[in-house]
Design a protein around this ligand. Structure first.
Ligand SMILES: NC(=O)c1ccc[n+]([C@@H]2O[C@H](COP(=O)([O-])OP(=O)(O)OC[C@H]3O[C@@H](n4cnc5c(N)ncnc54)[C@H](OP(=O)(O)O)[C@@H]3O)[C@@H](O)[C@H]2O)c1
Length: 236
């Protein structure tokens, strides 16, 4: 049932609104401007605010694996995944979630902090036609698919390793592919109170796919931002 909530007074209240699910879940987290732009000057930083940052950190801290595509790793200069381990350890989870990168080209910098400072060896899903790359020295490279990354196979692989609470931070190319493969169970979308105009893209792009019905789980507001939580309308 849809609920309009005021912003919770503490982190536990916020966590209750974004729980770990009792079943395997792929949750996507994005921010867009009120006119649908996914970036300002090529990155998402210009859209963000304090409430968004709290949800971003909370979702990272409670997932088993964070999935991000190579385009976003490069554009946003991703560093190592190190959410505060206190809550994780108190809830019986490994100290750090898995960091998972989707890349066909393996054109990734092994010296980028996402690899060089990683507390746990990151996983890179690629395909069997991927080239040699120095990233193979700093990550566990797993080939799924012949000439493109088979995202459903990647998700299955993570489930088999015990990572069932998956968080995807995009970018739009990856979200478009995830939608096409019908892998998205939940979308957490922050709407920032900005009109950006210009040529920025939207949160998903890619091949045409059938529209996927979603239900609205909750709406939160803070500082003129909207925080929407949508979940898959029907179970498969
Ligand atoms: N507002 C937000 O919340 C938010 C969130 C994330 C990103 N962004 C922004 O989005 C932009 C990057 O997005 P993007 O769409 O260009 O790139 P992207 O979705 O982050 O990455 C696309 C790349 O993922 C790899 N890939 C491999 N297999 C794939 C598959 N099956 N489906 C999709 N991708 C696959 C490919 O990497 P290779 O090239 O290595 O083969 C492809 O070029 C940046 O400007 C970033 O700042 C905004």
């Amino acid at each position: 049932m849809t609920a309009l909530h005021t912003w919770p007074s503490g982190p536990d209240g916020l966590r209750e609104l974004y729980p770990r699910e009792p079943h395997p879940t792929l949750r996507v987290n994005f921010i867009a401007s009120a006119d649908g732009a996914v970036t300002v000057d090529g990155v998402s930083a210009g859209l963000q605010g304090p409430g968004d940052k709290e949800i971003f950190d909370l979702l990272r801290a409670s997932c088993d694996a964070l999935i991000v595509a190579a385009g976003t790793v490069r554009a946003e200069k991703y560093d190592a995944l190190r959410p505060d381990p206190a809550w994780r350890l108190a809830h019986g989870l490994p100290e750090f979630p898995l960091m998972v990168i989707i890349s066909g080209s393996l054109d990734l910098d092994p010296e980028q902090l996402i690899f060089a400072d990683a507390p746990v060896r990151p996983i890179v899903f690629t395909h069997r036609g991927a080239p040699a790359s120095p990233v193979r020295e700093v990550a566990e490279v797993i080939e799924v698919g012949d000439d493109r990354v088979d995202l459903a196979a990647a998700v299955r692989h993570l489930h088999e390793r015990g990572a069932t609470q998956l968080l995807c931070e995009g970018g739009p190319g990856l979200l478009g592919s995830m939608i096409a493969a019908d892998l998205v169970d939940e979308l957490c979308l922050t709407v920032a109170p900005l009109l950006v105009g210009g040529s920025a893209g939207r949160i998903a792009q890619g091949v045409p796919a059938p529209p996927r019905p979603m239900t609205l789980r909750h709406v939160l507001t803070r500082d003129d931002m909207l925080f929407l939580r949508y979940a898959r309308a029907s179970t498969r």
